[in-house]
Design a protein around this ligand. Structure first.
Ligand SMILES: [Zn+2]
Length: 206
């Protein structure tokens, strides 16, 4: 299994030999299985495959890219968790949509890529309240670590912890404020004004 998260310098990680599928992200919670190179998957925000050498990915520019794999390497997947997908609990939908032989979340591990973090993610009070109510089992201080700041990583991590998914890594960078050694922004950020530039996060079985 290998995986990579895109950056501004390298929006599509180099690892992919085969073509990604075609899909349209609609900030929903629908999931598609990918079986063929370049397959048309429709409107989905999470994809997975059992096929070796076939990449699956998702596109982000602030949202949380979550790359997941079965510990026995029977399948890999990519989940797009922006605030809308998180509010719809796309992570739980992903695992519930899998066929029985793959579905046990305890058999999966996850890497969370660069995304906008609470340092920069100001959020309206009404919508924040919606999250606090929907995820009432998560401490409010995790959902809203500072006034009017939403922590998408904390929510999705809590969901995965509860399901039993092992979180292997959480990328420390904030897509809004992280800079490289030349003091240039390291990522595209929708909040910062990048509208047509996106980064791809990709995972595949060898
Ligand atoms: Zn930041």
């Amino acid at each position: 299994m290998n995986f990579g998260f895109g950056t501004r310098q390298q929006p599509l990680p180099l690892m992919t030999e085969k073509k990604l599928p075609n899909w349209k992200q609609v900030r929903g919670a629908a999931v598609a299985q990918v079986q063929l190179e370049g397959e048309n998957c429709g409107e989905v925000d999470a994809l997975w495959t059992r096929q070796s050498g076939l990449p699956v990915g998702i596109i982000t520019a602030d949202c949380v890219p979550i790359l997941v794999y079965r510990n026995d390497l029977k399948a890999v997947g990519a989940i797009h968790a922006g605030w809308q997908g998180t509010e719809k609990n796309i992570v739980e939908h992903f695992f519930h949509s899998l066929p029985a032989d793959l579905a046990d979340p305890k058999e999966w591990s996850a890497h969370l890529g660069p995304s906008i973090r609470a340092c920069c993610y100001e959020f309206g009070a009404d919508l924040l309240e919606q999250f606090v109510q929907k995820f009432s089992w998560i401490p409010r201080t995790q959902i809203e670590p500072a006034p009017r700041r939403l922590d998408l990583i904390a929510i999705n991590s809590a969901v995965m912890n509860r399901l039993g998914v092992q979180i292997k890594s959480v990328h420390p960078d904030c897509t809004f404020c992280a800079k490289d050694e030349k003091s240039e922004f390291r990522y595209f950020s929708h909040r910062r004004g990048d509208r047509n530039s996106r980064m791809v996060s990709v995972i595949q079985l060898k």
